[in-house]
Structures are given as C-alpha cells and as structure tokens.
Ligand binder design. Structure first.
Ligand SMILES: Cc1cc2nc3c(=O)[nH]c(=O)nc-3n(C[C@H](O)[C@H](O)[C@H](O)COP(=O)(O)O)c2cc1C
Length: 230
C-alpha cells in the first residue's frame, strides 16, 4: 500500500503521539478549509485503495440523534464511514488510520467505532457488494484523551538477530496504534529488511493490523524495509 504523508505543521510522528480516542465532542462544526482538506484526503485514499470512504458531517442520527449519550459517545455529529466489499478489512484499517492522522494534524479528535453506532442511520450511498465496515467518530473533542496502556514491545514482535534501530522506531509507533478494546492482537516479525505483521485471532484484528501497519511505516520509515505479505 502506498500514499505519501500529507504535509502539515504537525508531523506524522507528532500526530501519532498526540492521538488518543476521544468520545465527547463540542458543538463546533467542521467547515471551511478543514472540511475541504479532509475531503481531499478521503478522495486520495479512495483513488489509491478502491474503497468508497465517505465523510458524514453534521449528521447526528448514527450516534443517537438528539440524545446526549449513545454508548460511550457524547454529542458525536461527524464521522468517516469506511465502506468496502468483503475482504477489505486491512485496507479499511490502513486508510482509515491515514485519515485519523490527517484529522489529528487538522486539530480534530477521533475514535474508531465498530459497535456503538447505528449503521442503518448513516446516509451513505453504497455500491453493489459494499457495506459500511466501521466508522471513525470525528469532531472537536472536549478533551484530547489519554494514552492507552501497552503490552511490552517484546510481547508484540519477533526479531531474527539484533533489532535494527528503524525496527525499534517502527515498533514504538505500532505500540501507539489504536486497536479494538486495546487488545493489541498482533505480532510483527523482522527478518533482515523484510517485515511481516500478523493478526492474531480476535474480533476486528484484521482492521487492527491495517492500523498497526500504517503506524509502523511512519515510525520505521518506508525506505528502510519492505512488507512481506502473510
Ligand atoms: C477496530 C476498532 C474498533 C473499535 N470499536 C470501538 C467501539 O465500538 N466503541 C468504542 O468506544 N471504542 C472503540 N474502539 C476504540 C478502542 O477502544 C481504542 O482505540 C483503544 O482502547 C486504544 O485507545 P486509544 O485509541 O486512546 O489509543 C475501537 C478501536 C478499533 C481500532
């Protein structure tokens, strides 16, 4: 998968460190240049991936309409719907996280959502064979969230020989990746300058692996290694 970072004042490593799930939002609308910049990135991701990602703004119904709370969410009126055919879990994770990074750079907060929203209320246009895989809640947060706990690096990777610096940097970024219920069900393996990332059996772990690969590439630098498909 390819796509270069969209330049911004906050670089991608800073965005990785600053991003935490946020589930409570202010009334501030997403509009003007922020909206068009996000839409441009959605279009770029769709061109590259063949997904049908859609930006849903000022649409409160999927997150409970006028009710203040829905699941753990409060006042969520904006979201990104990740839409694709069966078998697109990993690209949805990868390109969804590109959009999470872009949102963070634009001063927005996000939370991946697999469960606590109403899929049927989302006003998305689906092509034959497509479905809404997941959504990403979006908006100006009431807080900027807090860091998640992480497993130790050595529980999440295998290395043949000595660990390269770029691999360690990649792992540090991967450990900051959001995963469903913070499960971190993945193993990343280094063999020379080849890396594989394997999802372990768990709900949503194939989405998680796309997210984790997006982070690993940012931390390690894509020029330092190539992915081996698993
Ligand atoms: C694939 C996926 C699905 C998720 N689904 C939900 C959800 O349904 N509800 C929710 O409140 N959080 C959901 N989350 C957010 C995770 O709980 C959160 O990312 C994780 O606890 C790590 O915290 P962080 O995002 O602050 O780093 C989901 C995350 C991922 C990656």
């Amino acid at each position: 998968m390819k796509m270069d970072a969209v330049e911004n004042t906050m670089d991608l490593l800073e965005a990785i460190k600053a991003r935490h799930s946020v589930r409570s939002f202010t009334d501030k609308m997403i509009e003007g240049e922020i909206k068009s910049s996000l839409q441009d990135t959605v279009d770029e991701c769709n061109r590259e991936s063949g997904l049908n990602i859609q930006l849903c703004l000022d649409e409160p119904d999927a997150f409970g309409g006028m009710r203040a709370h829905y699941g753990k969410f409060e006042n969520c009126k904006n979201y990104i719907a990740l839409i694709g055919k069966a078998g697109t879990d990993e690209p949805c994770g990868y390109y969804g996280e590109k959009l999470v990074m872009k949102a963070q750079q634009l001063g927005l907060n996000t939370c991946w959502v697999g469960m606590t929203y109403s899929k049927s209320k989302a006003p998305c246009v689906l092509n034959k064979g497509e479905k809404i895989q997941l959504v990403i809640a979006l908006g100006y947060g009431n807080t900027s969230g807090k860091p998640h706990r992480s497993k130790d690096m050595m529980q999440l990777c295998k290395v043949e020989g000595e660990m390269a610096d770029w691999f360690k940097n990649g792992m540090e970024a991967a450990m900051l990746a959001p995963t469903a219920i913070n499960q971190q069900k993945f193993i990343i393996t280094q063999s020379g300058n080849t890396v594989s990332a394997k999802p372990l059996a768990a709900f949503f772990s194939k989405f998680d692996i796309g997210i984790v690969k997006c982070h690993f590439e940012i931390g390690a630098g894509k020029e330092n290694f190539s992915w081996k498909e698993v």
